[in-house]
Design a protein around this ligand. Structure first.
Ligand code: GRF
Length: 294
């Protein structure tokens, strides 16, 4: 595998000395977020229009405070970042992210869950165990009232649930462009292979692992990347590698090994992002993770 694929793991570590110094952090936002919290919780489906005309600026004072809190021991602890998690399946990544939030590895909380399949394991767990609102997107074609439109989704996330970040944790539908724009550099996806290989159209679920085994590749592993309007083409933030033995491993074996790593690196990558430890290389926007808080 090309060494470049491994350049940006999310495990806290120093930026390599050879990296050019020209990086830009996420712009410091205006002091407007801290008091903004969702006006009400709801159990999903279509939501009434919120009263405010202008959506809040996310990731503002709170993320700036998280970024600097290790430098200023006297400062009050910043509020946890608010993360919307999208699911379509069993929700093991959602549970892993939540566990990392509970044990302090990720300074965040799940503010809501979004799904295209309201009965999937992840959505059920979010409703029954986590007790957070579950929104449905998109609606079924046969029943437009069964879910949100793209504009309603963006508004629900920004205004009603005050989401600062989005994690796509096994969400199998296309993300609307307006959501990509609203959460530029704030939305992460986990893909179960080493992008840019084994990505793109049709590359989801077991298809990915079957393609890896068919190819004879000796390694695979998850990729956490930023989401943009091009499927699986956002900048890579973190990757991990698992061995694939073509004489031994079936697609199911590869899937199990990769999933275990997904749970580690997704939490690490989100932790770095909400801490403000992700910088973007100026010339091409490649994200670089700064050393973690002590
Ligand atoms: C994971 O393999 C993820 O990479 C893929 O879908 C699967 C979701 O698993 N996009 P889970 O629902 O988090 O258990």
């Amino acid at each position: 595998m090309p060494a470049a694929l491994l350049a940006a793991t999310a495990r806290p570590r120093a930026v390599p000395a050879r990296s050019p110094a020209r990086v830009a952090t996420v712009p410091r936002p205006p002091p407007a977020f801290a008091s903004r919290r969702p006006g009400r919780a709801e159990g999903g489906g279509r939501h009434p229009a919120a009263a405010s005309a202008s959506p809040p600026r996310r990731a503002s004072r709170a993320s700036a405070a998280r970024a600097s809190s290790s430098a200023d021991d006297d400062a009050p602890p910043p509020p946890p970042a608010r993360v919307a998690v999208f699911v379509s399946g069993g929700g093991s990544n959602l549970r892993a992210l939540h566990a990392a939030m509970l044990d302090g590895r990720v300074r965040a909380e799940v503010c809501c869950v979004v799904t295209n399949l309201p009965d999937c394991g992840g959505a059920s767990w979010a409703r029954d165990q986590l007790g957070v609102p579950v929104l449905t997107y998109p609606a079924k074609k046969s029943d437009p009232s069964s879910g949100l439109t793209a504009a309603e989704l963006v508004r629900a996330l920004e205004v009603e649930h005050a989401a600062e970040y989005v994690c796509l944790a096994g969400y199998l539908r296309l993300i609307p462009p307006e959501l990509c724009r609203a959460f530029e550099r704030k939305m992460l996806n986990i893909h179960p292979a080493l992008l840019p290989a084994f990505g793109g159209k049709g590359m989801h679920g077991m298809n990915v692992h079957e393609a890896v085994v068919r190819s004879g590749a000796r390694v695979s592993g998850p990729t956490v990347h930023f989401v943009n309007e091009k499927f699986d083409e956002g900048k890579i933030l973190a990757q991990a590698v698992v061995r694939v033995d073509p004489g031994v491993d079936a697609a199911e074996d590869v899937a199990a090994k990769v999933l275990e790593k997904e749970h580690e690196i997704f939490a690490d990558a989100l932790g770095a992002l909400v801490d403000g430890r992700v910088e973007f290389r100026e010339e091409d926007g490649v994200p670089i993770v700064r050393e973690g808080r002590g």
